[in-house]
Design a protein around this ligand. Structure first.
Ligand code: SAM
Length: 320
């Protein structure tokens, strides 16, 4: 069997990058262009620049990002046509090349060769911060391994934008990316997330929002939450309520919700009480792959409920 290549956006084992710390003088390299604007664009210090771009409002781009993009030898884009629109708005004429999930291997190697030859390469995604549920991880990892400076040019991200307006605790948060699209896997993922003592930030598509919220309400219990939609765009809205009420709202809502982030408050002591439907759902999921005794034990470990009572319930569910 051939080994599967790591997906560009996927999770990967932690890497030891301690031996490859960037030198402090790489931190502000892009800033040096600001003072020299009158003399025309000068060459950027070589390295890989990870540049955040707007998530909706084209004005949400930093002066430094504009400077780096204008002076890069090449800008690697998730979608060159999309970046061309941003460039047109801001009068940027830098050369672009495609770098996305489907060509990351070949395009990544070509970019690495350019970086090794001393180029300044900027990486952008369609919107927000590259690598945050977006392409770039493998390129950054390869650059780090090759000893090439990797320089952040921070700016917008839907993750921090949603978190900043949700009205939920921000002292600790967990970014979970996208939930699995299928219900059984999604509920399994949510049960693992339920253990985390932090606000949860989840990306979701408009089409799957009602089903995702219903599962979140069933598995996570009555937590406060917010659905932040179309941030920085014309129809920006943030709806705040508990998960069950949000699920009801979106089950009935007309029209596509657009781009959105779900932010959910951390577990509260109230969640120690699981409602019967939630327990049944957990048991059904467990019964799909386990016998009744094991399913009862697994749900008991997850909820703290009595194993004997859960076993009785599991047997009843099985015989239905
Ligand atoms: N790297 C991006 C970032 O930092 O914002 C996230 C990329 S991810 C592929 C795209 C997801 O981000 C969308 O499906 C949606 O969940 C969220 N998103 C992007 N733009 C948004 C916006 N303007 N308002 C709300 N959510 C948004």
């Amino acid at each position: 069997m051939t080994r599967k290549k790591p997906r560009e956006r996927g999770r990967s084992p932690p890497r030891d990058v301690s031996k490859s710390e960037s030198r402090a003088d790489s931190q502000n390299r892009a800033g040096d262009g600001q003072g020299s604007a009158a003399a025309g664009p000068s060459k950027l210090t070589p390295g890989l620049y990870i540049v955040a771009t707007p998530i909706g409002n084209a004005a949400d781009i930093t002066l430094r990002a504009l400077d780096v993009l204008a002076r890069a030898d090449v800008v690697a884009c998730e979608d060159t046509r999309r970046t061309a629109k941003l460039f047109a708005i801001h009068g940027i004429r830098a050369p672009t090349t495609a770098y996305h999930d489907h060509n990351a291997g070949r395009a990544g190697r070509a970019l690495l060769r350019r970086l090794e030859a001393g180029a300044a390469v900027a990486l952008v995604s369609d919107a927000g911060t590259p690598l945050i549920s977006d392409p770039g991880y493998r390129l950054v990892a390869a650059a780090v391994d090759a000893g090439i400076p990797v320089i952040p040019v921070p700016g917008p991200s839907a993750v921090t934008a949603a978190l900043s307006v949700a009205g939920l605790p921000t002292d600790r948060f967990f970014f979970a990316g996208f939930l699995p699209p299928r219900q059984a896997a999604r509920r399994r993922a949510l049960r693992a997330l339920a253990e985390i003592d932090a606000t949860l930030v989840i990306l979701e598509t408009g089409r799957r929002l009602p089903a995702a919220l219903a599962d979140m309400a069933a598995v996570l219990g009555p937590r406060p939450a917010a659905v932040a939609r179309e941030l920085t765009k014309l129809h920006e809205t943030v709806r705040r309520d508990d998960l069950a009420a949000l699920a009801r709202h979106w089950a009935d809502a007309a029209g596509p919700p657009g781009e959105l982030v779900i932010v959910t408050g951390p577990p509260t002591p109230r969640e120690a009480t699981f409602d019967d439907d939630a327990v049944d759902a957990m048991l059904r999921d467990a019964l799909a792959t386990m016998k009744a005794t094991d399913a009862a034990a697994a749900v008991a470990a997850e909820t703290g409920l009595a194993r004997r009572a859960l076993y009785g319930r599991a047997v009843a569910l099985k015989s239905k």
